[in-house]
Design a protein around this ligand. Structure first.
Ligand code: NAG
Ligand code: NAG
Ligand code: NAG
Ligand code: NAG
Ligand code: NAG
Length: 259
């Protein structure tokens, strides 16, 4: 009897320890992310725009989109001028610099399924050559960690540290802006605009409306589950190997993070 009681007590303790508590905040903003329907009742997304940001784990995500598009014979937006990886980067977005889609250009119109390389976010222009209603996603990262990664990857450490000190003295100097506010600047804001807090707030609110999903590097796996539900994909579609990761990283001091 004693053993049974002990066993019951143990089971009860374990049960109360591991029963999930309700989430403290109301996160059910968009039912597409949290669908409980089986995958067979939703439609797999084929048209998507991934605005690839720098030093945010975006290459791991890029590979997921590339693999899906390759396996499903979808057409990608790749620049004719960048033979390394087809990224468009800051080049003037113009259909004449994009490789033709699968099947070639028909009646002088060409439509694409997937845009996943670096590109500046110009929604109207992008929509003009994408198939109808693409899903827009991007990925962001905690800013101090992103700056540290950015300055080390681009070997800007000295300039960035110098500009951090300059920043302390005069936060509105636009010089040496390479690693500053660049997560927001990837969405089309000029450096000067990022110094206007009203513009920054308005831009964040607009982007929040325009994007279907913003993944967060610190919650990469959780973000992938939301992506899977949004695109009506299976688990096999979101398997990944981390790409482009460093083995060493610098300590970020509280002062650096605060600045
Ligand atoms: C959570 O959000 C949904 C949808 O906006 C709303 O209907 C519901 O009342 C909210 N629940 C709470 C506890 O705020
Ligand atoms: C795109 O590039 C072509 C060729 O360089 C040019 O003729 C055309 O005007 C450009 N279109 C836009 C919208 O910039
Ligand atoms: C291309 O144009 C021709 C002639 O107008 C038309 O017959 C054909 O259906 C068009 N093809 C597509 C794929 O729209
Ligand atoms: C911008 O948003 C932040 C966070 O919500 C807020 O603290 C700040 O007052 C806002 N600034 C302006 C100028 O609206
Ligand atoms: C900041 O942006 C707002 C909204 O675009 C504008 O009304 C305001 O004049 C700007 N402030 C400065 C100092 O440029």
């Amino acid at each position: 009897i004693l053993m049974s009681l002990l066993l019951i007590a143990t089971i009860f303790t374990w049960y109360s320890l591991f029963t999930p508590k309700p989430l403290p905040v109301n996160v059910s903003r968009d039912s597409r992310w949290f669908t409980t329907q089986p995958a067979s009742t939703c439609q797999r997304a084929e048209n998507m725009v991934f605005i690839k940001t720098h030093k945010t784990g975006s290459t791991s995500l890029h590979c997921i989109f590339c693999r899906y598009g390759y396996a499903n014979k979808l057409s990608f937006v790749f620049s004719t001028r960048n033979t390394i990886n087809g990224h468009i980067r800051k080049e003037n977005l113009n259909q004449s610099i994009i490789l033709p889609p699968i099947g070639g250009i028909v009646n002088s119109s060409s439509k694409y399924n997937i845009l996943t390389g670096h590109v500046s976010y110009k929604r109207e222009t992008i929509n003009s050559f994408m198939e109808a209603n693409p899903i827009y996603v991007t990925i962001l990262r905690e800013p101090a960690a992103q700056v540290e990664s950015h300055m080390n990857f681009f070997r800007h450490r000295k300039q960035v540290m110098a500009s951090m000190q300059a920043f302390l003295k005069n936060p509105r100097t636009p010089g040496d802006a390479e690693s500053r506010n660049n997560q927001l600047r990837e969405f089309g804001l000029s450096f000067e605009s990022t110094l206007n807090e009203t513009t920054v707030n308005e831009t964040i609110m607009r982007l929040d409306q325009e994007f279907d999903l913003v993944l967060i590097l610190e919650y990469f796996d959780e973000s992938l589950i939301l992506l899977k539900n949004l695109l009506c994909w299976g688990f096999e579609n979101i398997q990944y190997l981390a790409q482009n990761q460093r083995t060493t990283r610098e300590t970020i001091t509280d002062t650096f993070r605060h600045n």
